[in-house]
Design a protein around this ligand. Structure first.
Ligand SMILES: Nc1nc2c(ncn2[C@@H]2O[C@H](COP(=O)(O)OP(=O)(O)OP(=O)(O)O)[C@@H](O)[C@H]2O)c(=O)[nH]1
Length: 448
């Protein structure tokens, strides 16, 4: 082969090799370019052409000024100068603004110096990857996290996430404060790491229900804190699913201690009589119904005693209402001393009182009632002038029979009390129905 033919063949081979390399660079998925020492493009791959919307010929020989708005961001040129002046490789993020569209793009740029045959820097080669979308996404995620964190950390509730084994995956700052440690310190740990096992078990009971039933659970939770303080929380716990299985749960617990205490106070107020502190009529009835049903189940008899201060109106009219109040309080205190803890005792209203004695026997029931009557009669109260005053009271007693209802018992006790009043007051009258299981209104045994 002649020299010129060989040269031609070698040239052809070289050209096709360059073409292969160019094809490879066109498909590399990054912006690839070279520049001379003055920043003029000497090579650009297809992605650069597409970015500038130009042919390679329209780009080669021009500097970045033609394509980017360097007045807004000069990252690009500064990196180029740094590479060529210091003969070093630079890897950094660059923010560029496309001149034609004013679009802001972020790149990860790797730039290396190119050298001529004498080893001097003659330009640079750059490979830039567009990371604009990734950065935008990261920015968005970051902003959302800040938003979420500030909501969760400022919410007036304890918010947390636990895995299926009740290890904390997230806690808001309020919960970290409650445990007295940092948020990071709680992650991966369980309730038992911060409180006695028994308390942790109580908290985990609802967690377990969420896992077992695979649905939202709500309810009250009570924890005794290390300082001995008992606090109540209203908790909502929701399962989170992964591949159709509960993977974790999210909990929101609100401190309702003050509400629970108020509720208790209201209940106590509603259940007790303000003047004497004993059961109010409504609460007494609730308890009496329960006791009555229980007595029926067990087959035990109960006694209902209705009693009333004699001529109380006269006492009020003569000595004033405050003295009347003291009489009521004296009667209550005498009764509390004589009745047993288990006997239900309440104020029926005005100067009328009611007691229920469980497990009562006919021959025994009148004895404590008689003791009540006597004790009231011999305990003086003081008038405003310091003068001792004695009061008496009348009692209607009834013993339950198998077929009685609570309403019947009351009506019978009332009848017996009425009879005690009619017979002269200051006495105990026992209601006795005519015949076995009868419901006569005749009270025929009066004891004084
Ligand atoms: N001081 C005082 N008086 C009350 C209270 N509640 C009701 N009363 C009064 O109790 C009196 C009840 O009188 P009555 O039901 O007529 O009966 P009584 O005068 O006791 O006559 P008898 O029951 O027939 O012996 C009324 O004057 C009521 O105003 C209270 O909390 N304090």
């Amino acid at each position: 082969m002649s020299d010129s033919k060989r040269e031609q063949a070698e040239r052809q081979q070289l050209l096709s090799r360059i073409q292969e390399l160019q094809d490879a660079l066109n498909n590399v998925g990054a912006y690839v370019f070279t520049k001379d020492i003055n920043g003029r493009y000497t090579f650009v791959n297809r992605m650069v052409c597409e970015l500038f919307n130009c042919t390679p010929d329209q780009i080669i020989g021009k500097t970045d000024e033609a394509f980017f708005n360097l007045a807004i961001s000069n990252d690009l040129r500064q990196n180029d100068i740094h590479v060529m002046e210091n003969n070093v490789k630079v890897e950094s993020e660059e923010v560029n603004y496309i001149a034609a569209t004013r679009e802001r793009r972020v790149y990860w740029a790797v730039k290396i110096p190119l050298h001529n045959s004498t080893g001097e820097v003659s330009g640079l080669c750059g490979i830039s990857t567009d990371i604009t979308e990734r950065r935008n996404l990261e920015q968005q995620t970051h902003e959302q996290k800040i938003l979420l964190d500030s909501i969760l950390n400022h919410a007036d509730a304890y918010i947390y996430m636990k895995d299926r084994h009740f290890h904390y995956r997230y806690v808001n700052s309020k919960l970290a404060e409650l445990f007295g440690v940092s948020q990071a310190h709680i992650l991966g740990k369980q309730d038992a790491d911060f409180m006695p096992l028994e308390e942790a078990r109580k908290l985990n009971a609802m967690d377990r229900r969420v896992l077992r039933l695979q649905r939202k659970q709500c309810g009250e939770e009570t924890i005794t804190h290390p300082n001995g303080e008992k606090r109540h929380y209203w908790s909502i716990k929701v399962p989170l699913f992964k591949e159709n299985q509960v993977d974790s749960l999210i909990g929101i617990s609100t401190d309702i201690t003050e509400i629970v205490q108020l509720r208790k106070q209201f209940e106590e107020l509603a259940n007790t009589d303000a003047l004497t502190g004993i059961f109010s009529r409504r609460h007494w009835m609730e308890r009496a119904e329960y006791e009555f049903k229980r007595a029926r189940r067990t087959g035990h008899a109960i006694a209902v005693i209705l009693f009333d201060i004699d001529r109380f109106k006269h006492l009020n009219d003569t000595y004033g209402h405050l003295t009347g109040d003291r009489a009521i309080q004296m009667l209550v205190s005498v009764c509390k001393n004589i009745l047993r803890e288990i006997d239900l005792f309440g104020r029926w209203g005005g100067d009328e009182f009611v007691a229920m004695i469980g497990n009562a026997r006919f021959e025994e029931v009148l004895l404590p009632v008689e003791r009540l009557r006597e004790a009231i009669a011999r305990t003086p109260i003081m008038s405003d002038e310091g003068e001792p005053i004695y009061i008496t009271s009348s009692f209607g007693v009834v013993l339950s029979h198998q077929h009685d209802t609570l309403a019947n018992l009351f009506s019978s006790a009332d009848t017996a009390l009425y009879r005690a009043k009619c017979e002269g007051r200051n006495r105990v009258c026992l209601f006795k129905p005519d015949g076995v299981g009868g419901g006569s209104s005749r009270a025929d045994a009066i004891v004084k």
